[in-house]
Ligand binder design. Structure first.
Ligand code: UDP
Length: 253
């Protein structure tokens, strides 16, 4: 890895220059942060699990025709991705009330929403990612009306498909966060594609029968057994074997 040039280090991933122009390599760290990085920890094995879970979901999305930046997994902690220009928005899809919407609108956590709701947040740590309306997005040129329409359509398609994948594994997809990026083809035509990751770090996942949390809320709310819950998600999706113990030394492929 040291042979590659580091492009950017985020909270949970490091991006390196890729082997070909227009590609990048994402390295999944074990670092966990919450509440705008006020709470931090290292959760051994988390990066390996998120790499595998995100590979599984993004691979399926590519195959059903949702364009994503995912090309292939390289090893236990790295994936090869298409380089994109990230749109500075977090697109949240919600099926069940939880987290910030429950607080903001006085809903009971666990209450099913009348329909799936898509929200946009402006990606800005200093401002703690404020909720924004389409008006702000177009006025400040973060994205065009057409980009917004494409993101909305893709977000709902991802919700239906990934919700189904999880439901088949006995897991309720309560809500999740997506990020999108722009790519340019040979004719300089711009396209919006799905970027970042889809993993228990970016989703709320509850056991279908018991409502037990199987996602990052275990870390946010000090519920313990965080990586164990992520491993259980991977097991139920059939990504890792029933008997797999999450191993600690994950440097090799
Ligand atoms: N989320 C995320 N990154 C963020 C904010 C939210 O991945 O910076 C995810 C979060 O895990 C949840 C969904 O987006 O699945 C909705 O989060 P919410 O707005 O309820 O905020 P939170 O309660 O997580 O602060």
């Amino acid at each position: 890895m040291s042979r590659r040039k580091k492009l950017y280090e985020g909270k949970a991933k490091i991006l390196y220059e890729g082997p070909e122009p227009g590609t990048v390599v994402a390295y999944f760290k074990d670092d966990a942060t919450a509440f705008n990085a006020q709470k931090k920890a290292v959760l051994e094995g988390k990066g390996v699990l998120n790499n595998r879970i995100s590979e599984y979901i993004m691979g399926h999305l590519n195959r059903i025709g949702v364009p994503t930046h995912f090309i292939k997994r390289l090893n236990m902690r790295e994936q090869l991705l298409r380089e994109v220009e990230i749109i500075p928005l977090e697109v949240v899809v919600r099926n069940v009330a939880a987290g910030s919407i429950a607080q903001r609108l006085g809903l009971t956590e666990g209450e099913p929403l009348p329909r799936s709701i898509v929200e946009f947040y402006y990606k800005n740590d200093e401002l703690q990612d404020p909720l924004v309306a389409e008006e702000h997005i177009t006025a400040f040129n973060w994205a065009s009306t057409q980009d917004i329409d494409e993101m909305l359509a893709m977000a709902l398609r991802v919700n239906d498909f990934v919700g189904g994948l999880f439901a088949a594994a006995g897991i309720r997809l309560v809500d999740f966060k997506l990020e999108f990026g722009r790519v340019y083809d040979q004719n300089d035509l711009m396209r919006v594609i799905l970027a970042d990751e889809i993993s228990p770090d970016s989703c709320r996942l509850w056991d279908m029968d018991t409502n037990e949390k199987m996602d990052k809320d275990r870390f946010r709310r000090d519920l313990g057994d965080v990586t164990e819950a992520y491993a259980e998600v991977a097991r139920r999706l059939g990504i890792i074997k029933e008997s797999t113990v999450v191993s600690i030394d994950e440097a090799s492929p």
